[in-house]
Design a protein around this ligand. Structure first.
Ligand SMILES: *Cc1c(COP(=O)(O)O)cnc(C)c1O
Length: 352
């Protein structure tokens, strides 16, 4: 026997790069362009004074964060699960709920991690093609399945399904777990969290990485009925009970008290997005309507990869996916007004 015959062969997800380029305008990974709440800094300072507490394991149930979220969401704590970013959370959901011999359904154009996780776990999968305009038709999700994942708004398109449509998916699929990944919900969408009591097959995931300006701390959460949450915890505690660390737990709980700043940042991003889409239009770009902190643009006369390269030469980084159907698109995160102005100056040089 040779270990090479038994190694797990995987094709990993490729995240957007985090390069070291001076004066880089970074519009490639949908991070928030504004700093975290000052309460994050305060919480870290308090932790520094109390650094002896780091000798201890954190609470496996992430009590401080769970209880803070419980109060903030006005929801009982047994409906909340937290993890190391929503990537960690959604992976645990996959390993908990998708062991059926029926395929897991998700869109062909969506967050590409879903396919990586399904393959990693060896689950059957069915990629449901989005329409030519890249929209999701929920009628395509009326078929036998072993689970469903929908990003809402979808990534990388930014398009949102109204809550009535999400509800239809839940109604057709009462026997499957439906994950609604709301990584971008705070930029103008309506959350499905309000449906978790009505549908015992619904799990909604959210993250601190985009709208709460804390991608660096890796904080994500899931909301669902207590029966689902208990199953998730059992699986999680079979892998590692302590993945969330004390600094993340403290900061995550603390910043929930700064609702004004959270709203202010989201509103700023939305406002910048709204004038930016007008600029994209003026330059001849075409794109689905975005309710996220990015716009997914294509140009009928210019090659996306060429635009990507020309922007990069000007130290502006956007995201290009070499994936069939969308390889002539660019996903451009919404930065500050200044960053977007610089982007449009550059695009005006490139698109003549
Ligand atoms: C960014 C993103 C995530 C992961 O977010 P983290 O909380 O940083 O792990 C999940 N789903 C979608 C659609 C995303 O864009």
């Amino acid at each position: 026997m040779n270990w090479r015959e038994y190694v797990k062969e995987v094709t990993p997800y490729v995240p957007g790069e985090q390069p070291k380029i001076n004066n880089l305008i970074k519009l490639n990974t949908n991070e928030n362009p504004y700093p975290p709440s000052k309460l994050a800094k305060e919480a870290l300072e308090k932790l520094a004074e109390d650094y002896d507490s780091l000798r201890r394991y954190p609470k496996p149930d992430c009590d401080a964060l769970r209880d803070a979220l419980s109060e903030y969401m006005n929801m009982s704590p047994d409906k909340i699960f937290t993890g190391v970013g929503s990537d960690d959370v959604i992976f645990v959901l996959f390993t908990t709920f998708f062991h059926s011999d029926k395929p897991v359904l998700f869109a062909d154009i969506t967050y590409s991690f879903y396919e990586v996780w399904a393959d990693f776990c060896g689950f059957k999968k069915e990629l449901i093609p989005v329409k030519d305009d890249l929209s999701i038709d929920i009628n395509d999700y009326r078929k036998e399945n072993g689970g469903i994942v929908i990003a809402n708004p979808n990534a990388p398109t930014g398009e949102i399904l109204p809550l009535e449509k999400i509800e239809e998916v839940l109604k057709f699929n009462r026997d499957s777990v439906v994950i609604v990944d709301e990584a971008y919900i705070d930029f103008g969408g309506e959350s499905a969290v309000k449906l978790i009591d009505k549908y015992d097959n619904l799990i909604v995931t959210q993250t601190y990485s985009k709208s709460r300006n804390l991608a660096g701390l890796r904080i994500g959460m899931a909301f669902a009925n207590p029966e689902l949450i208990a199953k998730i915890k059992a699986v999680k505690f079979s892998i590692n009970s302590y993945t969330m660390n004390e600094p993340s737990l403290r900061v995550a709980a603390a910043v929930l008290k700064d609702e004004d700043y959270f709203k202010e940042c989201c509103e700023k991003v939305i406002k910048t997005r709204e004038w930016s889409v007008e600029e994209f239009k003026k330059l001849g770009f075409v794109f689905p309507e975005s309710k996220a902190n990015f716009v997914f643009v294509t140009h009928p006369e210019y090659n996306a990869n060429d635009i990507y390269a020309a922007l990069r030469e000007r130290s502006i980084l956007v995201r290009h996916f070499s994936i069939e159907r969308i390889d002539n698109y660019l996903r451009i995160s919404i930065g500050t007004d200044e960053e977007m102005k610089a982007l449009f100056e550059a695009l005006k040089e490139i698109i003549k």
